[in-house]
Design a protein around this ligand. Structure first.
Ligand code: B12
Ligand code: SF4
Ligand code: SF4
Length: 377
C-alpha cells in the first residue's frame, strides 16, 4: 500500500488504529470549553464525532494516514516586507488542497478495495471533509509529531504537509508513533505576531491570523489589525521558522506550486476586483471560499498597514460598499493613511449617511486614534 500511495503522489503513508490517540478528544473538549475555537461553531457541533474515530464510524478498524508535501520554493516570509503587496499563505497560492488530496485518496481507496479481495473492505476518505482530528492521528501513525505550533512536523519534510485519512474496515498492523523532536526550541512560539499560543502545544484560534483572515466572519478586532501586516489570507510565520524545514523539499505536485500572480499580488489591484473578477482570479483555489466581502475586508486592513498614501483613494472608493465589513475596514485604512484634516473631511462627507452601528463606531475610533505617518512612495 505504501508503494501505491507513493505512486499516487503521497509523500508519507502509515497506519494507526482508531484508539491510538486517546488524549486528543479530551484536549479538543478543553479547547472548545475555553472558547478557543472562536466562531468556528462547526468545531463544537461535531465535537463528539471528532473526539474519536469510532464515534464517527463504529466499524472502522484501521486508519491509513497520508501526507502531501507542499514545500515552497522561496522564503515564505520575504513577501511580508513588500507592504504594497498582499501576502497569501503558501498553501493557498494555487489549487485547493482538499481537491488535490481527496482525488488521490479516492484512487488509493479503490486500489485497496480491489487488492483486499476476496476479503470485503469498506473504506471512507477524508481531507478535513469530516470531523477527524488529523494531526494527533497522523502523529500516532508516525508521520511526524505535533510541534509546539500544534501542526505536524516531519523530519523529512518540515512543516509543509497536508494531511488526509483513509478509514477502513480492514485490519492492519499499526506503525510506530513518532516522538517529539522540538526539544528546547521555541522559535514558532516567539515569532507569532499576535501571541496566539497561550502555552506550547496550545493555540488560541481567536488570536491567530489564519483564523482572523480565513475563518472569522465578522469585523477583525482593532487589537490585531496592525499585527496582521499585509497578510490577506492565512499566515505561515510559525511554520516558516521551524528549524526542521532545513529538510523540507519543494512540492512535486504542480497544482500545489505557487502561481506567479499569487506570490505578491499588488494591493492596488486586489482592492479594485469586483465579485466576478475575484471569482475568476481565485477559481479552483481556497481563497474563493472566503467570498468577495471578507476578501476586501482583509485587503483593506493590509492597505491600512501599507504606509502608502497613494492607496488612500482606493480605500475611499470602498467607503460606499454595501457591506459594513468592507466600509469599516476602509475607514480604518483611511485613518492610517490620511492626516487628521483629510480624515475629518471624509468623516463629514460619508459619516452622516451611515446607519450601521459598528461602522459609525469605526468613524469615531479612527478619528481619535493616533495615526502612523504615511509616506508618499
Ligand atoms: C480548526 C483548524 C484550524 C484553526 C485552528 C488551528 C488549531 N491549531 O487547532 C485555524 C483556522 C487557526 C487553523 C490554522 C491553520 N491551519 Co488548520 N485546521 C483546522 C482543522 C480543521 C482542525 C484542527 C483541530 O482539530 N483543532 C482543535 C485542536 C484542539 O486540536 P489540535 O491542534 O490537534 O490540538 C492539540 C494540541 O493542542 C495538543 N495539546 C493540547 N494541550 C496539550 C498539552 C501538552 C503538554 C501537549 C504535548 C499537547 C497538548 O493536543 C491537542 C490534540 O492533539 C484541521 C483539519 C482537521 N480535520 O484536523 C486543519 C489543519 C490542522 N490545518 C492545517 C493548516 C495547514 C493550517 C495553517 C498552516 C494554514 C495557514 N497557513 O494559514 C494554519 C496554522 C495555524 C496553527 N499554528 O495551527 C493543516 C495542518 C497540516 C499539518 N502539517 O499539521 C490541517 C491538518 C488541514 C490538513 N488536512 O492538512 N486551522
Ligand atoms: S499562523 Fe501566524 S498568527 Fe497563527 S499561530 Fe502561527 S504565527 Fe501565530
Ligand atoms: S519551531 Fe521549534 S518548537 Fe516550533 S515546531 Fe519547530 S522545532 Fe518545534
Amino acid at each position: 500500500m505504501r508503494a501505491k500511495a507513493r505512486e499516487l503522489g503521497f509523500d508519507l503513508c502509515r497506519v494507526t488504529s482508531p484508539a491510538a490517540a486517546p488524549e486528543a478528544g479530551a484536549r479538543l473538549k478543553q479547547w472548545l470549553a475555553a472558547g478557543r475555537h472562536g466562531d468556528m461553531d462547526w468545531m463544537a457541533e461535531t465535537a463528539e464525532r471528532r473526539a474519536a474515530p469510532r464515534a464517527l464510524w463504529a466499524e472502522v478498524k484501521s486508519l491509513v494516514m497520508v501526507a502531501v508535501n507542499y514545500g515552497p520554493d522561496d522564503d515564505p516570509l520575504a513577501v511580508l516586507q513588500r507592504r504594497q503587496a498582499g501576502a497569501i499563505s503558501v498553501y493557498a497560492r494555487n489549487r485547493d488542497y482538499h481537491d488535490v488530496v481527496k482525488g488521490r485518496l479516492k484512487l488509493l481507496a479503490s486500489w485497496l478495495v480491489a487488492a483486499a479481495k476476496p476479503a470485503e473492505a469498506d473504506v471512507k476518505v477524508f481531507v478535513d471533509t469530516a470531523p477527524v482530528m488529523e494531526k494527533p492521528l497522523a502523529e500516532a501513525a508516525g508521520l511526524g509529531w505535533q510541534g509546539k505550533h500544534t501542526n505536524l512536523v516531519s523530519r523529512q519534510f518540515g512543516s509543509w504537509l497536508f494531511l488526509g485519512a483513509l478509514f477502513t474496515t480492514l485490519e492492519f498492523q499499526p506503525d510506530a508513533l513518532e516522538k517529539d523532536h522540538c526539544g528546547q526550541c521555541r522559535a514558532c512560539l516567539d515569532i507569532c505576531p499576535t501571541r496566539a499560543f497561550p502555552a506550547p502545544y496550545q493555540l488560541d484560534a481567536r488570536r491567530c491570523i489564519s483564523y482572523l483572515t480565513i475563518e472569522h466572519q465578522g469585523h477583525i478586532a482593532r487589537e490585531f489589525r496592525a499585527a496582521i501586516g499585509n497578510r490577506i489570507y492565512g499566515c505561515d510565520d510559525c511554520l516558516a521558522v521551524c528549524p526542521w524545514n532545513k529538510f523540507a523539499r519543494q512540492a512535486r505536485e504542480a497544482k500545489l506550486i505557487a502561481r506567479d500572480d499569487l506570490s505578491a499580488p499588488p494591493l492596488a489591484e486586489l482592492v479594485e476586483l469586483d465579485d466576478a473578477a475575484f471569482r475568476r482570479l481565485f477559481a479552483g483555489g481556497p481563497i474563493k471560499r472566503l467570498g468577495h466581502v471578507r476578501f476586501l475586508r482583509n485587503v483593506l486592513i493590509a492597505i491600512g498597514n501599507s504606509g502608502d498614501a497613494r492607496l488612500a483613494a482606493k480605500a475611499e472608493a470602498r467607503l460606499e460598499h454595501s457591506s459594513p465589513l468592507v466600509r469599516a475596514a476602509a475607514i480604518w485604512a483611511l485613518g492610517r493613511l490620511t492626516d487628521a484634516a483629510a480624515f475629518a473631511a471624509l468623516a463629514r462627507r460619508y459619516g452622516p449617511q451611515e446607519t450601521d452601528e459598528a461602522v459609525l463606531a469605526e468613524w469615531g475610533e479612527a478619528a481619535e486614534s493616533s495615526r502612523p505617518q504615511p509616506v508618499s512612495l
